[in-house]
Design a protein around this ligand. Structure first.
Ligand code: NAD
Length: 531
């Protein structure tokens, strides 16, 4: 069994970077909305397992207080011209890029990912903040709509902010997931009360701090910490809209609670994402693409690939190239760009990954690369793992592992590939590889997934923020990015002004004559080609 190359590291792992002084960590923790005598929780750094942050824990009463402050602040914020809101987002964009070293250090310390993976989050925030800063006005502007009767009915669609949006964001992309949905909500004139995952709360708090430096008025964006079982109810009971990113199981609960309250919810959930390598794919590029697709953030990425379908005719060539690249990956802990694969984030993730792989192996799967934890590198490292001979009775066949583990299957023809790729309850992201772009796009359109990348792992669709992104099936409801990504945070209102003649008949015309007149008018509108 081959193993990936380990970058030399001390048993205790790297020291925290100089940017993360106790003073900085305390300052960020102090931005949590919680009472001065709040209970505290300590997180630990995945690279080493040593304590990292000491955070206050918010109570339901803290959540209520934060909502009250947000409601007041939101009124002024909603009245602030969209162009002014956009300027703040652009200043935030500049601050994030200028001070990226701070947040790269923070993300690595809290999440255990590599610097390269962390940098992708900075890129994402740059793209999203610029996009909504420059496009919000277009989406939010009142739109003339065709009235019931041309000339007589003047109809306008107006967009109002929802009010206070609750954002529940996960630990795996702590900057990107904390900020990108919030940016769109703020651009639309909402206040945001966010509950980031406690493990990565400092990164989210850093992002919020920079937004205030950029000029956001006080209390328009606040953060609470705590378990869903403790403060989730208070969040849901007070929110005007719920933006949730997390597991499908929690997403179902949130959807049901939102239904009870009759508020909207956007749910970005899990996946079991497929990659299809067609027989005409550029094998070296596809192999490099598979590495990029399967192991980013140690596989703890909602859009990363866990199922690889390879045309039978190119299987051996592809596997040779893919395994060679996988074995060369440098795994380890370092606050620089020299490492390819970082650590898992929590002991729970290490347990899931270990259990999934062990279960598969016990039931007959073959390990082609990896397949084991690496406690010599740090408490939560697991090698990039490639499996074959995976069958439906194995847990990882259809359940999300959320780790650096991929199963390789083969297919006979395109129909077979599409059928296998679609044999899942999920539908988040997919990747298709072919030298023929048109063929690749045609296959992509047949895959049941909210985003499909052709000759790219996930970043093409993720970074194309003018287009919607989100999941089909068990992968979610609603979309981030593009028009959907901002309009979901608004209440559409139609204002229709009827002029000269209304729908009720004038007093001197009988109802029969009026019905005949209107029938004639409808026929004329159709004949004239009116839409
Ligand atoms: P999780 O569902 O266990 O927890 C997510 C968050 O929800 C936590 O902060 C938790 O405290 C909170 N929560 C739980 N119950 C709540 C309630 N009733 N009200 C409000 N909040 C509540 O998910 P996780 O394991 O932390 O995250 C990993 C999952 O997230 C994976 O399945 C992954 O695929 C998914 N994910 C999806 C995307 C996407 O964009 N589709 C992005 C990142 C992660």
């Amino acid at each position: 069994m081959a193993t990936a190359q380990a970058r030399p590291a001390t048993a205790r792992g790297p020291r925290l970077p100089a940017t993360l002084t106790p003073h900085v960590l305390q300052r960020l923790a102090g931005r949590v909305s919680a009472a001065p005598d709040a209970a505290r929780v300590t997180t630990s750094a995945p690279y080493t397992g040593v304590p990292l942050a000491d955070l206050p824990v918010s109570t339901p009463a803290d959540v209520e207080d934060a909502f009250a402050r947000a409601r007041t602040a939101q009124k002024t914020w909603a009245a602030t011209p969209v162009a002014e809101r956009g300027k703040i987002l652009l200043r935030y964009h500049d601050l994030v890029l200028a001070r990226q070293e701070e947040v790269l250090d923070l993300m690595q310390a809290e999440n255990g990912k590599t610097r390269r993976d962390a940098f992708l989050e900075v890129v994402d925030i740059g793209i999203v903040s610029r996009y909504y800063a420059r496009n919000a006005a277009k989406y939010l502007a009142p739109k003339r709509r065709r009235g019931a009767f041309p000339l007589l009915t003047h109809a306008t669609e107006v967009r109002h902010p929802k009010g206070v949006v609750a954002v529940v964001s996960p630990w795996n992309y702590p900057l990107s997931m904390a900020a990108s949905d919030t940016i769109a909500a703020l651009a639309a004139g909402n206040a945001v009360l966010q509950k980031p995952d406690t493990q990565t709360a400092l990164t989210a708090l850093w992002s919020m701090e920079l937004m205030y430096e950029a000029g956001l008025p006080e209390n328009v964006w606040q953060m609470v910490t705590g378990r869903g079982s403790s403060i989730g109810g208070a969040l849901m009971d007070n929110a005007d809209y719920m933006m949730f990113t997390g597991s499908t199981a929690t997403g179902r609960q949130i959807a049901s609670d939102a239904g009870r309250r009759l508020i909207g919810a956007s749910l970005e959930l899990g996946g079991k994402n497929p990659m299809i390598v067609l027989d005409d794919a550029d094998i070296e590029k596809a192999a490099a693409g598979a590495v990029a697709a399967c192991f980013p953030s140690a596989g703890q990425l909602c859009v990363s690939v866990e199922r690889l379908y390879v045309a039978d005719s190119v299987r051996d060539r592809f596997l040779d190239a893919f395994l060679a690249r996988t074995r060369k990956l440098a795994i380890g802990a370092a606050y620089d760009y020299g490492v390819d694969v970082g650590s898992l984030t929590t002991p729970a993730q290490l347990k899931t990954v270990t259990e999934h792989v062990d279960d598969a192996v016990a039931k007959g799967a073959t390990v082609l690369a990896g397949g084991r934890a690496r406690p010599d590198l740090g408490p939560l490292f697991y090698e990039p793992t490639v499996l074959t001979d995976v069958t439906p009775d194995m847990t990882l066949h259809s359940h999300e592992t959320f780790g650096p583990v991929v199963s390789v299957y083969t297919f006979q023809d395109v129909d077979d590939a599409v059928e296998q790729a679609n044999a899942t309850a999920y539908g988040l992201n997919a990747s298709v590889w072919s030298r023929d772009g048109r063929r690749g796009r045609a296959v992509a359109a047949r895959v049941h997934a909210g985003t499909v990348n052709v000759n790219e792992a996930f970043a093409a669709a993720w970074g194309s923020v003018d287009a919607p992104m989100g999941g089909m099936g068990d992968s979610g409801l609603g979309r981030r990015h593009g028009a959907e990504g901002i309009l979901k945070y608004t209440e559409p209102q139609t204002i229709a002004h009827q002029r000269v003649q209304g729908f009720t008949p004038p007093s001197r015309i009988s109802p029969e004559t009026w019905a005949a007149l209107l029938t004639g008018a409808l026929k004329a509108l159709k004949a004239l080609g009116v839409r």
